[in-house]
Design a binder for this molecule. Structure first.
Ligand SMILES: [Zn+2]
Length: 158
């Protein structure tokens, strides 16, 4: 994180972030951003050229990373956020604590609708930090995907 980067909180306070993630947003970004940038550089994006990296903190302190992977059959592309989430789940880590998402310098990387739904499955209140082009927005999945359909939807009284 560079000092000129602006941090904007949207629908979640710094205290709420700390309570949910288990660390301050500045500490999280120091840990997560270098890892997200590292995997971003490994993205397979020959069609869009839009490279994204994500770093997902889980409850035991590990950080799982993922980059976007495109395909000649366009609809098969997978985003960085889902790459990171599947890496974590594949190692038995379902306790998602926070995710950071970065693209190229100066490019915004708000998560797509599919990734909002995908992340909501494991933590509907997951803190999300994404690049805006001028800095970072700190928010949460429940802010990005209100009234989400999720695991609890199956057990609701009818
Ligand atoms: Zn996505």
């Amino acid at each position: 994180m560079q000092s000129k980067d602006r941090i904007h909180f949207e629908g979640i306070s710094a205290e709420e972030f700390r309570n949910r993630a288990g660390m301050d947003v500045s500490e999280f970004l120091e840990l997560a951003l270098p890892k997200a940038r590292e995997v971003r550089d490994e993205a397979y994006a020959p069609y869009s050229g839009f490279r994204v990296g994500a770093a997902l903190l889980v409850e035991d302190g590990q950080i799982f990373c993922g980059a976007n992977v495109e395909n000649a059959s366009y609809g098969l592309a997978i985003c960085a956020e889902r790459s990171a989430a599947t890496a974590a789940v594949s190692r038995g880590s379902r306790g998602f604590k926070a995710i950071a998402i970065v693209g190229a310098d100066g490019v915004g990387t708000a998560p797509c609708g599919t990734c909002r739904q995908f992340l909501s499955e494991f933590n509907a209140q997951l803190p999300v930090v994404y690049a805006t082009g001028e800095g970072y927005t700190v928010t949460a999945v429940d802010r990005l995907l209100p009234d989400a359909f999720g695991p609890a939807s199956f057990s609701a009284e009818r």
